[in-house]
Write a protein that binds this ligand. Structure first.
Ligand code: NAD
Ligand SMILES: O=C[C@H](O)CS(=O)(=O)O
Length: 471
């Protein structure tokens, strides 16, 4: 842990960080709790005034140094990431660059936090809106993108003049430790960025009860997001929530089947299907169904499963046994209710690793758990549909609203379909929509607010209306 510029926690118990590819312990972090969280909050509070008084240009200088340090340390960051959570090393390298792009983009965006003047209704007044940083920010992040989910929060928060407490997942905290080392090398003043690891509930308790924390930005499951909404009420803490998803992917008859297959492969199997925007259910119109299933299944059979440190591996392990159990349950439930396995369908537990074969199942229906609950694994369930209207109805039949995908070459059909979809992110003939400059986030139970893009920095700024009497 790093609090007020000091590495602390040697006196505490530790949490083992386990490589899901082979069950080996790859590192440990201190098991911090309420006391350490409050120390970090105090440090961030004490650093806030001086940090927020810097110009956006001065703050951008620190962020740009961090951006370059991340790129210079891509290989080490990627290796740590793969060892602690399993994603293939080439994906980890990509995540480091993606994560660094948030730091770079928001270094500049901080310079564009504009206020406004408003025409007065009386001659003796001048009406203005000033923008101010929200204050001390707590950032709680998931295990599946250990770098990007932190920088997607740190970047805008720091650029806006806020100070930060980072709380990474206990499943993959080592990437955050390395990121904190790079923040030190970038020269951020003590207390501006703090890192706490340990008991999430105890740390969160301190965050929720300490009124010095004005903003909580959380990325994780919808279940935990709902807990935080309830807990934030006592002090009306500002909340940004990036929560779970259950993405529908729709392939219409007039889709380019090769484009569709490429898009599904990108959306479904990234991080072994463990991303919030993975296609979780695939609806294929009857006219293209057989051609799509054949081409898609052949592409899936080419995927190589194994330890992510192997450059040729496409599908690494699931994060833990619980993740594997959920995937097994989703496939077993579908098959028991009448679905059939086209390829894959089995777990691979060798060398204490937790792997699952890239899987395609067909003849699924809405009654199956895989079509209702987030799978978070390399399983592609395919359901035949007859019409655009049927596709829209099935797609929207979920409490989630994060990402959706549409494959059609027909502009009118694509437009009519997407207008009906209640999802914050839509890939149209594109299975990989994410980027630093776009508003990323969900509708319904997939979250509150957006990360990335100019909306991403609004989350860390308060508007202050100033009425100036000129009598
Ligand atoms: N919408 C997005 O941008 C996005 C991005 C990545 C992951 N996710 C979602 O995150 C989930 C997978 O990540 P996960 O398993 O780490 O999620 P999680 O909700 O289990 O944990 C997320 C973070 O919250 C902490 N946490 C757990 N219980 C808590 C509590 N009671 N109070 C405070 N903090 C608590 C965890 O330690 C972790 O740091 C999936 O549902 C996925 O869809 C969403
Ligand atoms: O898992 C959720 C991430 O937000 C996906 S992405 O890396 O932003 O595309």
């Amino acid at each position: 842990m790093n609090i007020n510029g000091e590495w602390v926690g040697d006196d505490l118990d530790t949490i083992n960080v386990v490589n899901p590819a082979n069950g080996e312990t790859v590192g440990t972090v201190p098991r911090g709790g309420e006391k350490e969280a409050n120390q970090a909050i105090e440090a961030a509070h004490n650093a806030f005034h001086s940090w927020s008084q810097l110009t956006a240009y001065e703050r951008a200088g620190y962020l740009k140094r961090l951006h370059q340090l991340m790129l210079d340390n891509t290989e080490e960051l990627a290796e740590i990431m793969t060892l602690e959570m399993g994603k293939p090393i080439h994906e980890s390298r990509g995540e480091v660059k993606y994560a660094a792009s948030f730091i770079e983009w928001f270094a500049e965006e901080g310079k564009r936090i504009y206020g406004e003047t408003i025409p007065s209704h009386v001659s003796g007044k001048r009406l203005q809106v000033w923008k101010k940083p929200v204050g001390v920010v707590a950032a709680i992040t998931p295990w599946n993108f250990p770098a990007a989910m932190l920088t997607r929060k740190m970047g805008p928060a720091l650029a806006a003049g806020c100070t930060v407490i980072m709380k990474p997942s206990g499943e993959s905290p080592l990437t955050a430790v390395k990121l904190m080392e790079l923040c030190e090398q970038a020269g951020f003043p003590k207390g501006v960025i703090n890192l706490v690891t340990g008991s999430s509930s105890k740390i969160a308790k301190a965050i929720m009860e300490n009124d010095k924390v004005r903003k909580i930005t959380f990325t994780g499951s919808t279940e935990v997001g709902k807990i935080l909404i309830r807990q934030s009420a006592d002090q009306v803490k500002r909340l940004s929530l990036e929560l779970g998803g259950h993405a529908p992917l729709i392939v219409l008859d007039d889709a380019n089947v090769d484009v569709a297959v490429k898009g599904v492969m990108a959306s479904k199997f990234r991080n072994a299907g463990q991303t919030c925007i993975c296609a979780n259910r695939i609806y294929v119109q009857s006219g293209i169904y057989d051609a799509f299933v054949e081409k898609f299944s052949k592409a899936v059979e080419e995927l190589k499963v194994g330890n992510g440190m192997n450059e040729s591996v496409d599908i690494g392990p699931l994060i833990n046994q619980a993740g594997l159990d959920k995937v097994n349950h989703h496939v077993d439930d579908a098959v028991n209710k009448g679905a059939s396995v086209v390829t894959g369908g089995k777990s691979i537990t060798e060398d204490r690793g937790v792997f699952y074969q890239p899987t395609v199942i067909k003849d699924v229906d809405q009654s199956m758990v895989v079509m209702q609950e987030e799978t978070f694994g390399p399983v592609a369930p395919i359901q035949k549909i007859e019409s655009l209207e049927e596709a829209a109805a099935f797609a929207n039949d979920t409490p989630y609203g994060l990402a959706a995908y549409v494959f059609t070459e027909n502009v009118a059909k694509g437009t009519r379909l997407i207008e009906q979809l209640n999802f914050g992110i839509v890939g149209w003939n594109d299975g990989a929509p994410s980027a630093a400059q776009v508003p990323f986030g969900g509708m319904k139970e997939s979250g509150i607010g957006r990360e990335g893009g100019h909306e991403g920095i609004d989350a860390f700024v308060e508007s202050q209306y100033v009425s100036i009497g000129m009598e």
